[in-house]
Design a protein around this ligand. Structure first.
Ligand code: FMN
Length: 318
């Protein structure tokens, strides 16, 4: 098997994904790589339409494009099936020196409290000028403005909905890795380390976590984290289709890699987009222009956190 292709799909697998479920498999031939959704790790409660799953696949595809360029390949998408993305890779003598390549392994979601510093306008412009796929928009909203207050209210309402939904909490609990042993045996899910927690046996910590999964606790924690950030970034699409979600994932990944390159941290607060009634209400807010709100992020400055593990690449090849 082409060893370049193995390395390229390894970079693709470093993409972010909801609950770190890593919902992808890869099929390699002599001149193609296909990214295939792995529906066995779909998240039917928090992501009933699989929108976040396809956004994650888009992130993976973008990593693949960037890494392939570095290995001297030009990539063409030849087919987008039911979420399956087949790409043809042609070897050239040209190695693309995309600085984002170096960020693939440095990127991380950072859920910590940030340092409160504002992102200067000239730095913000670099993020705003990241190239976007068709029908994808990113709206930047400075903390402290009334619009940021409105978005914060949506996040709080999202917590109230999700933290009172037993199915949501059960699904989330399934993906929390409470200790080192669980992290190393699964190599997926939400590691205790990324929340700044100690490694504790599940039987001891699970009842405590179940108890603090309450909207009041979550709202207090999120409010502190929001107030420590510089801006919200709200991502939208026009038609809410699989193709657009993949396009959004590609744009998102470029955005996250660019943020990493210029020292900006980010975390997701997607609750308003995950609860359909809230997403519908948010869509009517004037700044969204009736587009579909799909992701909400906060950005700012923070100290790096430990990294999430990824599945070994040989387990992802089909
Ligand atoms: C589409 C998408 C949705 C996500 N939603 C959330 C979220 O609602 N809350 C959160 O804390 N992280 C969210 N994440 C971040 C993932 O949990 C994170 O990517 C994963 O745990 C792997 O960690 P890493 O990004 O540091 O590699 C999301 C990521 C993606 C791509």
């Amino acid at each position: 098997m082409n060893t370049d292709f193995i390395q390229i799909v390894n970079y693709a697998s470093k993409a972010p994904s909801g609950h770190n479920a890593q919902p992808w498999k890869f099929h390699i031939t002599a001149n193609t790589i296909t990214v295939i959704p792995n529906m066995e790790v779909a998240l039917p409660v928090v992501d009933g339409s699989n929108r976040e799953l396809f956004i994650s696949l888009g992130c993976s595809v973008e990593n693949l494009f960037i890494a392939a360029g570095r290995f001297g390949y030009i990539v063409h998408i030849v087919e987008v099936g039911i979420g399956e993305i087949k790409m043809e890779l042609t070897k050239t003598k040209l190695v693309v020196e995309d600085s984002l390549f170096l960020q693939i392994e440095k990127r991380q979601t950072n859920r910590s409290v940030y340092n409160g510093n504002k992102i200067p306008d000239e730095v913000l412009k670099q993020l705003q000028s990241v190239p976007k796929e068709n029908s994808v928009q990113l709206y930047f909203v400075a903390m402290g403005t009334s619009l940021a207050g409105t978005i914060t209210d949506y996040v709080m309402k999202g917590n109230e909905f999700q933290m009172n939904d037993a199915a949501f909490k059960n699904e989330l609990l399934l993906w929390i890795r409470f200790n080192k042993k669980q992290v190393e045996s699964t190599r997926n899910g939400l590691s205790y380390l990324t929340f700044g927690s100690p490694s504790i046996p599940e039987w001891l910590i699970r009842p405590v976590v179940s108890l603090i999964m309450k909207s009041g606790v979550q709202n207090k924690s999120d409010r502190k984290r929001i107030n420590s950030s510089s801006h919200f970034v709200v991502c939208t699409t026009q038609k809410n289709t699989i193709e657009e979600w993949i396009g959004l994932g590609r744009t998102l990944q470029r955005f996250l890699l660019k943020a990493t390159e210029i020292g900006i941290s980010y975390a997701f607060l997607n609750q308003p987009c995950e609860v359909p009634t809230l997403a519908c209400a948010l869509q009517k807010e004037s700044f969204i222009n009736k587009e579909y709100p799909t992701l909400v992020l906060r950005i700012g400055y923070a100290t790096p956190m430990p990294y999430s593990l990824r599945k070994k690449i040989e387990t992802l090849l089909v």
